[in-house]
Write a protein that binds this ligand. Structure first.
Ligand code: 16G
Length: 493
């Protein structure tokens, strides 16, 4: 078939380095971008970034299933002469009709290496109808969003315009927050700040098609911006996205010049913005974390916020899966991957409630807030822009500064270390990676080390993205956490 000849020719342009064996890690193929050039296989969404390598997104905009991870690994590791056989094998096993038209979105970040990597992907799917969308976030490269009616022809400009508008509308549901709009804006030059109390129509700037959105966010794209000399004023809240914008962190400098990173705090926010009881709904909310969540955050969620907390293995797909079991499942990893999921039933109840609301009482405002939250959040995968807007809405509505957010609780001091071992796969874990089952004796050794420290916890797990074993330790002081991490590292050797 002509398609197969084309694949064969294109793959010869991007040969796999001799001897290289790729593993589909926690969320994609990762290695030096120079070695990834040959990985040319098709799926519905492909996000190319240097740090993440190549990340595949399924038809629902979620991470691909283990079966497809297996196929992708098989194809990525096929030698040139075995490529067509490997491909035909997948086609046969999945009963794929090659006559059916396929569509694929390829997006990349703005790093120079992403240019050639995404070209390699495009060459690989040359026979299919593929759309190269240039520099986009992972959230924009999502097929499920694209099939929704409101994201039609202008999908790529409208997606974030819409989420901005929803955030603004949420804030405006609370008239007492309107003084906020007298603050001169920082996002674009074409808006007129409002007077205190003046009503604010939802409008989109004619010049740049951004909504009129006068929130003074000091927005930095990628932490690298910091090293490029961006100045932070004391108390100013800042946030950064990673390369494919599926993660976000907030931070600020205090008046003494001390840097504060609000690490793993997102999960303490969205559900504060979910006024489900006020809206008259009784939805079960749970927060899904991994073992890396600081022990204090777990305690805060369970004891103060009174929400169910679940712990899963590291990796978005595990958290996503666990979050789907609840009416509202909030999941964020300590490294900031995550989002909030609403069950179909919860979403329908919320939309219905919002449709039925026609007066201006507290209950109905709550229904509208809930509806906006559902529409604003990207339920397929983390989207730093949606997350930022939700956090901005919550902070504004609650009248909170970044310092007050930081002060909700104080993390236990912690330390993470990497240990290079001959074969990291000898470490096998259980209980959401909080305990090891092999090699024999390792867990007992960790337990006795942990007992020597106060408020201590430690675990080890093989990394899914690097050839190392990761060690995590927390304790009541930084010295203690450092010492425990070091002692556990020695036990791993
Ligand atoms: C990937 C995962 C992330 C996980 C990390 C763990 C996705 C989209 N990303 O970045 O969830 O926290 O790997 O890396 O699933 P590690 O296994 O090397 O610790």
């Amino acid at each position: 078939m002509a398609q197969f000849e084309e694949v064969s020719q294109q793959s010869a342009v991007h040969p796999k380095p001799v001897g290289l064996v790729l593993q589909y890690g926690t969320a994609g193929f990762r290695t030096n971008s120079k070695q990834l050039d040959h990985k040319t296989k098709a799926t519905i969404g492909v996000m190319v970034t240097e740090d993440n390598g190549v990340k595949l997104v399924d038809t629902m905009g979620e991470m691909v299933t283990p079966a497809w991870e297996g196929y992708a690994t098989q194809l990525a590791n096929a030698e040139q002469e075995g490529l067509l056989t490997a491909m035909k094998d997948v086609i046969e096993r999945e009963a794929i009709s090659m006559a059916q038209e396929a569509s694929m979105f390829v997006s990349k970040d703005t790093r120079p290496s992403s240019e050639s990597l995404s070209q390699a992907v495009l060459d690989g799917v040359h026979a299919l109808e593929s759309h190269s969308k240039g520099a986009l976030t992972l959230g924009q490269n999502l097929s499920r969003r694209h099939s929704m009616p409101r994201f039609t022809s202008t999908v790529f400009t409208s997606y974030h315009t819409l989420v901005c508008a929803l955030c603004l509308e949420s804030i405006l549901l609370r008239p007492e927050t309107c003084s906020f709009y007298s603050v001169p804006n920082a996002l674009d030059d074409h808006q007129t700040p409002l007077e205190k109390g003046q009503s604010h129509p939802l409008s989109v700037c004619l010049y740049c098609s951004l909504p009129r959105f006068p929130i003074p966010i000091f927005l930095l794209f990628c932490l690298t911006s910091l090293s490029l000399g961006v100045e932070m004023s004391a108390g100013e809240r800042c946030c950064s996205y990673d390369g494919d914008a599926d993660r976000i962190v907030y931070y600020y400098c205090d008046s003494a010049g001390r840097f504060h990173l609000l690490d793993g705090r997102q999960d303490c926010h969205p559900h504060q913005h979910i006024p489900q009881r006020t809206a008259g709904l009784d939805l079960q909310i749970a927060v899904v974390q991994t073992a890396y969540a600081n022990g204090i955050s777990t305690r805060y969620l369970e004891d103060t916020m009174k929400v169910i907390v679940r712990c899963t293995k590291t990796g978005v797909k595990h958290l996503h899966h666990a979050a789907q079991e609840f009416d509202i499942g909030v999941y964020f990893e300590a490294n900031a991957h995550g989002t909030v999921l609403f069950s179909k039933e919860a979403e329908e109840n919320i939309q219905q409630l919002a449709r039925d609301s026609n007066t201006n009482d507290e209950r109905e405002n709550a229904a509208l807030l809930l509806q906006n939250t559902v529409n604003l959040l990207n339920q397929t995968v983390g989207d730093a822009i949606s997350d930022m807007l939700l956090i901005e809405a919550v902070l504004t509505i609650r009248g909170m500064t970044v310092q007050q957010w930081d002060a909700i609780y104080t993390d236990l001091p912690n330390r993470q270390l990497k240990v290079k071992v001959a074969d990291r796969r000898v470490i096998d874990t259980t209980d959401a990676e909080r305990r090891t089952v092999s090699p024999a004796g390792l867990q007992e050794a960790i337990d006795s080390l942990v007992h020597k420290h106060r408020q201590a916890r430690s675990f080890v797990r093989p990394s899914g993205t690097e050839d190392v074993v990761r060690v995590y330790a927390e304790a009541d002081t930084q010295e203690s956490a450092d010492a425990l991490a070091h002692e556990v590292s020695l036990a791993v050797y």
